[in-house]
Design a protein around this ligand. Structure first.
Ligand code: SF4
Length: 324
């Protein structure tokens, strides 16, 4: 989706948010340490776009998803939804603004509830209409996600993983939200089913004029659905750019490594020779300066001391790296 600068408005904006967890370590758990899961991140989600969020497991992307949807509060920083600060809002208000689709369609649906009840729960709590109206809406939603109206009377265990994820999507759109945060929504599914669910998400986005934050460790999945992609490492952003720009011209050494490791089925995307050394450091004591410096083969002295700031290297392409 290409938008000119005048059309761009942000549905969600986060400024310098941090989420640190205290942990006990050492003999008798006496020493206190802190996991810096999200460490000073600022970004925006534009109206109608899909923002992909990628990074290795443990980089903080799922914590960021919980912060964005109000499931957790940040320790510092601010979140704005449609220009209003998102603070102490009740769950009813949040539910009509944003919803989440989780990774595991087996544990995210209550096995003791019928599908109709699962999908209609929010509508019933917030009195979206009479019983008859809500039940008609549930049937309509089931058809919109490629299931049948009579499926409302069945239990989740009667469905496959892909069908369960369709039910989770129906539940997410039932409250007419503006934004859906999808946390690894296809990674538990077979490859053939992944494509169907991705296509359904795209169709629903158009019909409901939704914005998505799409979190995944799989860069090829992210490239199929995202308008822009943000790359995270150890609780920080490394690079953010329109999808095509990022995949054709990755600038951050970490993005180059990620792209090199994942074969993308697009012959126009050139592979950048990149290497990495060592394992990801613990988020309990992240490296000083650039958090990627212990593994980066291009690291310079400045990288060990000074955290790189966000630089716009070309229009709408931002990198956090001292090379630029
Ligand atoms: Fe590598 Fe330095 Fe850039 Fe970090 S800032 S990615 S260490 S070159």
């Amino acid at each position: 989706m290409t938008k000119n600068a005048l059309e761009i408005t942000n549905i969600l904006e986060i400024k310098n948010i941090k989420r640190h967890y205290p942990v006990s370590s050492g003999i008798l758990s006496l020493s206190k340490a802190t996991v810096k899961a999200v460490n000073d991140i600022s970004l925006e989600v534009r109206n109608g776009e899909t923002l992909g969020l990628v990074g290795e497991s443990g980089c903080g992307k799922s914590t960021l998803a919980r912060l964005l949807t109000g499931l957790e509060s940040p320790d510092a920083g601010s979140i704005f939804f449609k220009d209003k600060e998102f603070k102490n809002w009740d769950s009813a208000k949040i539910g009509t603004m944003m919803q989440m689709v989780f990774q595991d369609p087996y544990s995210s649906l209550n096995p003791r509830q019928k599908v109709g009840n699962i999908i209609s729960e929010g509508m019933r709590i917030h009195k979206f209409g009479s019983r008859k109206e809500i039940s008609a809406r549930v049937e309509e939603l089931l058809v919109q996600v490629g299931l049948r109206p009579e499926h409302a009377k069945r239990y989740p265990h009667e469905f496959s993983g892909g069908q369960r994820q369709r039910i989770a999507i129906a539940r997410a759109i039932a409250m007419n939200p503006d934004l859906i945060v999808c946390d690894e929504p296809v990674s538990a599914l077979d490859v053939s089913v992944q494509a169907q669910v991705l296509n359904l998400l795209k169709k629903i986005q158009k019909e409901f004029k939704l914005s998505y934050v799409f979190i995944s460790h799989d860069l090829s999945v992210v490239s199929h659905i995202s308008d822009r992609v943000a790359v995270m490492y150890l609780g920080k952003l490394m690079e953010i750019a329109p999808t095509e720009t990022l995949y054709h011209n990755p600038l951050h050494p970490y993005t180059q490594v990620l792209l090199e490791a994942v074969p993308i089925a697009d012959p126009t995307i050139k592979t950048v020779e990149a290497s990495i050394s060592g394992d990801m450091p613990s988020p309990i004591s992240p490296p000083s300066g650039c958090p990627f410096h212990p593994r980066c083969l291009k690291a310079m002295d400045i990288c060990k001391e000074t955290p790189p700031v966000r630089k716009e290297v070309e229009p709408d392409h931002y990198v956090f790296c001292h090379l630029y």
